[in-house]
Write a protein that binds this ligand. Structure first.
Ligand code: ADP
Length: 462
């Protein structure tokens, strides 16, 4: 069972942040801790040296006496700091000794430190060690001081409080970042997931045949907007196809009804013996069957042009010569309507399937004749360039409305005008033409001014 996008995204972001927070906390903790310990270690040595230096200044060389009360103060002060000192003069006689002075306080301080360090830094396994410093005055040895402190280093209460506070801050920042990440992940996932869920619902409705549905409104994500546009486009296309399909069924039924009913009523009357089956009557039945044949073959050609096995048989073809020969074949049709059919232009040779391009040109010219009233004009012109050959068929007939221009290439599309006039086929001539031109890598476009005429242009690349 795949998990939802929202859950996955939130979980992933939370996980990444958790890992980052843990890593940053651990690293900073270790780094800051180590740096701090190094600092403490240095401080300790400096402090011991400072004590020694301080004591050496309490010797009065003239009277050869120590300022014992000062040394006492310093000793007690240092003791509570964790430094136990013992001062002796140059002859080794004891001047001041913390342990002698306050044994209980000394062992209390030592125990406190050992306990604290054992609890907080058990791996350190430190101990108290004595460090002896010589005391000098004006270059003369005046005694020595033994400073005992816990090594390699020790942390005072305030040091520990500082480190604890640091850790607490890191933990709080981490928890805050984690909460923010979960929230951000949730919001982001919602933003991404919502349009996807909506799109899926709409796609399902489209699949169920609801082509009127659309993805309304914009999302805040570009890709989601593209998905919405694609869905709307899909629904549009399906809607159009569905309408065309319905119209196709109506059209085919309509096209079939007239010849079929004529044939059946004629045959019925003849079978009942009311009519003699004369040659003329049989001929009219035969003509109707011929019309049915044209319709069926039109449908067949469309299926072929749109089918998968559509193969072009290319050879060098001259568009101008091709246009001339197609126009010759349609001359009688043009003459019937007293239409002037002219072909002009330049030679343009390119690699194309002559039969199929001939079919395209024939369709365009016969449409032009069909949709141009008596006495009109149809001009076919061929232009040549380095990259392409262009052939256009222009008439001064009924024309097309602007909105119909892109539709005339659709399967079974016929304008209302042509439908009412009951001229022409079923509206697949231009569809086939477009398939053929597209297979050649070319384009076919229509321009028109309603009531004034149309111009269909085919551009074939060389
Ligand atoms: P048909 O077989 O009905 O002619 P086409 O696919 O060739 O089908 O054309 C589709 C529709 O485009 C026609 O029914 C007609 O309404 C319109 N049409 C095509 N050519 C022209 C033209 N030269 N002038 C006006 N309308 C045209």
């Amino acid at each position: 069972m795949p998990r939802g996008l929202r859950a996955q995204l939130s979980l992933l972001i939370a996980l990444i942040v958790l890992l980052t927070v843990l890593l940053v906390s651990a690293l900073s903790n270790v780094l800051i801790g180590r740096q701090y310990e190094r600092h403490v270690l240095k401080q300790e040595v400096l402090k011991a040296e400072a004590i020694a230096d301080n004591i050496s200044r309490q010797y009065d060389a003239l009277s050869q006496k120590w300022d014992e009360s000062f040394i006492h103060g310093l000793g007690m002060y240092s003791l509570y700091d964790g430094y136990i000192i013992k001062v002796a003069d140059a002859d080794g006689r004891l001047v001041w000794d913390a342990e002698n002075h306050d044994m209980a306080a000394c062992s209390q301080v030592m125990m406190d430190i050992i306990e604290r360090m054992d609890a907080r830094r058990p791996s350190l396994s430190g101990e108290f060690a004595a460090h002896t410093y010589e005391l000098t005055s004006n270059g003369r040895l005046i005694g020595s001081v033994e400073v005992s402190y816990y090594g390699p280093y020790f942390l005072s209460e305030s040091d520990l409080r500082f480190l604890d506070t640091l850790n607490a801050i890191l933990a709080a920042v981490g928890a805050l970042a984690l909460a923010a990440a979960v929230l951000a992940g949730w919001v982001l996932a919602r933003r991404v997931a919502r349009p996807i869920v909506k799109a899926a619902k709409i796609a399902r409705r489209i699949a169920d045949g609801d082509y009127a549905i659309r993805f309304d409104g914009r999302t805040k994500t570009r890709e989601a907007d593209e998905l919405a546009d694609a869905l709307n486009h899909l629904a549009d296309a399906l809607d159009r196809q569905e309408r065309l399909r319905r119209r196709l069924v109506t059209d085919i039924a309509h096209e079939l009804r007239t010849p079929v009913s004529a044939i059946s009523s004629h045959l019925e009357i003849m079978l009942e013996g009311v009519w003699e089956p004369t040659t003329e009557r049989l001929q009219s039945v035969y003509d109707e069957i011929g019309r049915l044949g044209v319709l069926v073959s039109d449908l067949g050609r469309l299926a072929q042009a749109e089918g998968e096995n559509f193969r072009l048989q290319k050879s060098d073809a001259d568009l101008l010569a091709l246009a001339r020969s197609v126009a010759d074949g349609l001359e009688t049709e043009a003459q019937k309507k007293n239409i002037a059919l002219v072909v002009k232009g330049a030679t343009s040779v390119l690699s194309a399937d002559k039969d199929r391009i001939g079919q395209v040109v024939a369709n365009l010219i016969s449409n032009a004749i069909k949709y141009t009233p008596e006495g009109g004009q149809v001009r076919v012109s061929v232009r040549d360039s380095a990259e392409a050959g262009v052939i256009s068929v222009e008439d001064n007939g009924i024309g097309l409305q602007e909105a119909e221009l892109p539709l005339v290439f659709e399967r079974f599309y016929r304008t209302d005008v042509s439908r009412n006039r009951k001229t022409g086929g079923v509206g697949i001539g231009l569809t086939i033409a477009k398939s053929i031109v597209t297979a050649h890598g070319g384009t076919v476009t229509a321009e028109s001014e309603f009531g004034k005429g149309s111009n269909f242009t085919v551009r074939l690349p060389k």
